[in-house]
Design a protein around this ligand. Structure first.
Ligand SMILES: Nc1ncnc2c1ncn2[C@@H]1O[C@H](COP(=O)(O)OP(=O)(O)OP(=O)(O)O)[C@@H](O)[C@H]1O
Ligand SMILES: Cc1ncsc1CCO
Ligand SMILES: [Mg+2]
Length: 281
C-alpha cells in the first residue's frame, strides 16, 4: 500500500469500495486518545464496523502498534506518560508501515501540546485530522481557537493543510464543509465533503471519533486521501440520518451510533456530498 499519493482523486465509487473493505476487514484501531473521548471513540469504531483497543501505556504502546491495523494519536488531554506512549507508538507504527492519524487538539491555542504535535510529525502520519484552528495552528500559521473548539473557517485552513503535506499524506480541516487535501498524481488536491449535521458540534468528541474512523479507513483504502474522504463521507451521512430523529444532543448521540452502523452503499449513494476535486496550493 502506498500512502504518499493517489493515482486518481477519490470519488463516490472509491468511497463505496473503501466502505465495503471496512465492513469486510473490520480493522483494529489502537487509540491513544483523550480522557473525554475514550468511550465514544470506541463505540463509534464498533458502530462503523471497525474494532477499538485503547492501549496507551508506555509499557505496551509500541508493541501494540505492530499488532493493530492503524493507530490514532489524539492530543486532547495529554499526560506525560501518554505523550511518551505517543512517541513510542508513532515510531513503531512508522517502522511497521501501519497508517497512523494525528489529531492535534488545541495545537493552535496551547503552545506546549502544539510543540508535541509538531514533534510527532517526524514519524510521518498518514493523516492529520483536526478542526480548522488546529490545522492552522499545527502548520505554525497562527490558528488560535478557543480551547478545543474551532474559531476558523475550514476554507481558511487549506494553505496550512497543504503545508502539512510535507509530513502527512492527507490532511483534513473539519467544519460545516470538511476540506480534505492530499496529493493526486503528486499534485496537492482539495476534496470538499459537505452534509453532516450541526448536532455533531453539540456532542463532545465527535471530531475525535472522526479521527479514529479515518485511521480505520486508512488501513483498508488504497491510499490515505481516499481513506480520509471515505471517513468524512461515512460520518456526514450518519449524522444526516441521526438528525432526522434527534430531539437534542443526547438522543442525537445515540442515534448517531445507530446511524454509523446503518450507513450502507445505498445511504452513501443517497447522502454523499463530495465536490469534484480541484487543485490546491
Ligand atoms: N456547522 C457544522 N455543520 C455540520 N457539521 C459540522 C459543523 N461543524 C462541524 N461539523 C462536523 O462535526 C464533526 C466534528 O468536526 P469539528 O470541527 O467540530 O471537530 P472538532 O472540533 O475536532 O471536534 P471535537 O474536538 O469536539 O471532537 C465533523 O464531521 C464535521 O464535519
Ligand atoms: C472537551 C475536551 N477537552 C479536551 S479534549 C476534549 C474532547 C473534544 O475535543
Ligand atoms: Mg478536535
Amino acid at each position: 500500500m502506498t500512502l504518499s499519493s493517489s493515482a486518481v482523486a477519490p470519488d463516490l465509487d472509491a468511497v463505496i469500495a473503501a466502505h465495503a473493505a471496512l465492513r469486510s476487514r473490520k480493522p483494529l484501531v489502537q487509540a491513544l486518545t483523550n480522557a473525554v473521548s475514550t468511550n465514544f471513540v470506541a463505540n463509534a469504531l464498533l458502530a462503523a464496523g471497525a474494532a477499538p483497543a485503547m492501549v496507551d501505556n508506555p509499557e505496551e504502546a509500541a508493541l501494540f502498534a505492530g499488532i493493530a491495523d492503524a493507530v490514532l494519536i489524539n492530543l486532547g488531554t495529554p499526560t506525560a506518560a501518554q505523550v511518551e506512549s505517543m512517541r513510542l507508538a508513532a515510531a513503531a507504527a512508522q517502522k511497521a508501515g501501519k497508517p497512523w492519524v494525528l489529531d492535534p487538539i488545541a495545537a493552535g491555542a496551547l503552545p506546549w501540546r502544539g510543540a508535541v504535535a509538531a514533534e510527532l510529525l517526524q514519524f510521518k502520519p498518514a493523516i492529520v485530522r483536526g478542526n480548522a484552528s488546529e490545522i492552522i495552528g499545527l502548520a505554525g500559521l497562527g490558528g488560535g481557537g478557543r480551547g478545543v473548539d474551532s474559531s476558523a473557517d475550514p476554507a481558511a485552513a487549506v494553505p496550512a493543510a497543504v503545508d502539512l503535506l510535507a509530513h502527512a499524506a492527507a490532511v483534513s480541516a473539519s467544519g460545516p464543509v470538511d476540506h480534505v487535501v492530499g496529493r493526486v498524481d503528486g499534485r496537492p488536491t482539495l476534496v470538499k465533503v459537505g452534509g453532516g449535521s450541526v448536532w455533531l458540534t453539540r456532542v463532545t468528541a465527535t471530531g475525535c471519533a472522526l479521527g479514529a474512523l479515518a485511521a480505520a479507513y486508512a488501513s483498508v483504502a488504497p491510499d490515505a486521501l481516499t481513506g480520509l474522504v471515505a471517513a468524512h463521507v461515512h460520518f456526514a451521512a450518519a449524522a444526516e440520518i441521526a438528525a432526522e430523529n434527534a430531539r437534542g444532543p443526547g438522543s442525537f448521540a445515540a442515534a448517531f451510533l445507530d446511524a454509523l452502523d446503518a450507513v450502507d452503499e445505498g445511504a452513501l449513494r443517497r447522502l454523499a456530498k463530495i465536490e469534484p476535486a480541484v487543485a490546491a496550493g
